[in-house]
Write a protein that binds this ligand. Structure first.
Ligand code: NAD
Ligand code: G6P
Ligand code: MN
Length: 440
């Protein structure tokens, strides 16, 4: 089996330790030669990089581990790029969340005006990353998790239309599947989901077990009777528990399919607004929780010189999925994953150039998506509206267009009013002056 050289972009991310841990436990499936961690923040990178050195020395000493802030080192001779950067960091995420809330609309990392603002920041760095990688490693696979993945995926598809080695992925379908598997007490590896939509905007139509039986009806019944909690509830902050609980509301109103949790922001924007605190948002929770814990744990490990007693893995599903996706491509396993791909007729009544999130078999030639066919009016209407928002957001970036930005925000279901959209846009322009193109 070929041993891969990989680079993790956003090597100082809170998710990196979990991904590295998953790499050490999947070496039979995804063999490694060299792991490079790359970040623009030297301090964050050093803490996680030193942890990585200890982890690999103990678990896989044959793998070379390097950490760097030099992209010329990072992107050279790479087989796989795992990308999970956050342009502007948590300081800007906080603004994405709090500025809209201060103006009476919800702010969220990937949804509504928060996702819009983050999208306009991410595109620039992502385009630069793709160009740098192509200069130094023309054949590398680029696996992207950077959010807002829907907007990033669409922008990269428009800006690099000939690229066929960039894949955008989200872990939320896998997170949900793990939680479903607990509800019906069934091995998650034996469940086969069928899914359609846009990223953070989709539905499971079926959850087949190994006998071919669809377990979705049973799952809906269980959730409607007893509510829904994530499988890793003890590790979750209150806002995530509230988010999972909203699945019951969504199923009560729209019982056809099992919804992605992110749909709550689009279906119940007024309720979400009324239960949000403009002074304390998800960023405050992440800083006090995941970020603090991950960095404290990595520092502790570095001080002790061993990771053997490490509790650092925060979300197994995330790391496992990232490595399994890479393994499926590297070794042409053709396993099925839920990924983002250009529609091109997969959902036959949605635009060809939308980036849909659907099942695909993943091999060395990339994703081979499964056809979905026609979707019903309610889902088509919601998706077309959201896709128009995403497309206008990308066009606003590419054309530096204030008009398109205003159209995008006006269309977004979390806002739905042009005067509010203008207020939010103007405030976000001011806050993002350092990061956005100048919208004219
Ligand atoms: P984080 O801020 O802890 O980590 C991001 C890191 O990226 C930081 O260390 C930062 O310095 C670095 N960075 C910023 N700009 C960079 C650039 N241009 N080049 C290289 N590095 C850069 O954030 P986090 O919460 O760990 O999340 C990281 C990213 O992963 C976010 O975009 C998040 O939304 C995304 N994510 C996506 C999924 C998914 O389902 N697709 C799941 C989890 C996390
Ligand atoms: C889910 C989503 C990701 C998101 C992550 C963390 O896994 O799929 O896109 O980045 O949650 O969100 P948080 O609010 O905990 O940083
Ligand atoms: Mn996601």
């Amino acid at each position: 089996m070929k041993k891969n050289n990989i680079v993790l972009v956003g090597g100082g991310s809170t998710w990196t330790p979990g991904i590295l841990k998953a790499m050490t436990t999947h070496l039979d499936a995804f063999a490694l030669n060299r792991v490079v961690l790359y970040d623009i923040d030297e301090k964050r990178q050093e803490v996680i990089g030193e942890f990585a050195k200890i982890l690999f020395k103990e678990e896989a000493p044959e793998v070379e581990v390097v950490y760097t802030t030099d992209k010329e080192v990072a992107y050279k001779d790479v087989d796989f790029v795992f990308c999970q950067m956050r342009t502007g960091g948590f300081d800007m995420r906080e603004k994405d969340e709090k500025i809209p809330l201060s103006l009476g609309v919800i702010g969220q990392e990937t949804c509504g005006p928060g996702g819009f603002a983050y999208g306009l920041r991410s595109i620039k760095d992502m385009v630069e990353m793709v160009k740098d990688v192509r200069r130094l490693s023309p054949d590398a696979w680029i696996l992207n998790y950077t959010n807002p993945a829907a907007i990033v995926a669409l922008a990269l598809d428009k800006i690099f239309p000939k690229e066929n080695k960039i894949l955008n992925i989200c872990d939320q379908p896998v997170n949900l599947l793990r939680s479903y598997s607990k509800l019906i007490d069934h091995d998650v590896n034996k469940l086969e989901p069928v899914y359609f939509g846009l990223n953070h905007f989709g539905w499971f139509t079926h959850i087949y077990d190994e006998t071919g039986k669809d377990r979705a009806p049973e799952l809906k019944e269980i959730i409607l009777k007893g509510g829904f909690r994530p499988v890793d509830a003890e590790q979750r902050d209150q806002s995530w528990l509230d988010t999972y609980a909203m699945v019951e509301d969504m199923l009560t109103d729209f019982p056809d399919y099992l919804p992605n949790t992110y749909l709550q922001y689009y279906l119940y924007p007024e309720y979400k607004l009324s239960t949000s605190d403009p002074k304390r948002t998800r960023t405050d929770e992440v800083r006090a929780g995941r970020e603090k814990n991950v960095f404290a744990e990595c520092r502790r490990i570095v001080e002790n010189g061993t990771a053997r007693d490490s509790k650092v893995v925060h979300n197994d599903a995330h790391g496992d999925m990232m490595v399994e996706v890479a393994a499926s491509i590297a070794n042409n396993l053709r396993k099925t994953f839920i990924v983002m791909v250009r529609n091109d007729g997969i959902v036959s009544n949605l635009p060809d150039d939308s980036m849909v999130e659907v099942n695909a078999s993943l091999g060395s030639n990339g994703p081979a998506p499964y056809a979905v066919g026609k979707i019903d009016t309610f889902y088509k209407g919601l998706i077309e509206n959201q896709y128009a928002f995403e497309k206008l957001t990308v066009e606003a970036y590419m054309e530096e267009s204030y008009g398109k930005a205003l159209q995008a925000l006006t269309l977004n279901r979390t806002i739905g009013d042009a005067k509010k959209a203008r207020k939010v846009l103007d405030a976000l322009i001011e806050a993002n002056a350092e990061y956005w193109p100048e919208l004219k």
